[in-house]
Design a protein around this ligand. Structure first.
Ligand SMILES: [Mg+2]
Length: 171
């Protein structure tokens, strides 16, 4: 396996967070999900969990799956989003830096093998998870920003995801 496939290929892709079930996580040995917020669980415009996101988070928690939030957005945004959830949560995380993933894992008392990072971006979410040794689950962005930087990032992700899909078909 090359370095790109080891650090940038998600373990699974889902069509949205709602397709991830506690049963699936348990079958993977995952008991804690470290979630990105923006474009993964809600759009940038939703300050708090939508009805769908809230129901899904409650289902995870009541099934014994630990939830944490690690976001590159402002701490105030993370705090407001987390108000009704009360999970370990950090903003300004600077993913792909691993610092806050390490912090939440030790806060939850979990090893990397017991955790999965869930996010919408390869170069921040997936990379940071694979770097610390968790599983990484990728969802498509709910509603992408149309800035040049975001379009550039998505364009860079494309060939990597294509190679990933090709390799999966071979299996
Ligand atoms: Mg995101």
């Amino acid at each position: 396996m090359g370095i790109v496939s080891r650090l940038l290929w998600p373990d699974e892709r889902f069509d949205g967070f709602g397709s991830i079930t506690p049963e699936f996580l348990r079958s993977q040995g995952v008991s804690a999900l470290i979630c990105d917020i923006d474009n993964t669980l809600v759009t940038y415009d939703d300050p708090e969990p939508t009805e769908q996101a809230g129901a899904w988070l409650r289902e995870m928690l009541s099934s014994g799956i630990r939830i944490a939030f690690v976001s590159n957005n402002k701490p105030a945004r993370v705090e407001l989003f987390n108000r009704s959830v009360g999970a370990p949560a950090y903003g300004d995380a600077g993913k792909p830096k691993r610092k806050y993933l390490d912090i939440v894992m030790s806060e939850m008392g979990k090893t990397p093998e017991e955790c999965a990072v869930l996010g919408d971006q390869l170069f921040t979410d997936v990379f940071s998870g694979k770097w610390v040794g968790t599983k990484a689950y990728l969802v498509p962005p709910i509603k992408d920003k149309k800035t040049l930087l975001f379009r550039f990032k998505r364009a860079l992700e494309k060939p990597i995801l294509k190679a990933y899909e090709r390799s999966r078909k071979k299996k």
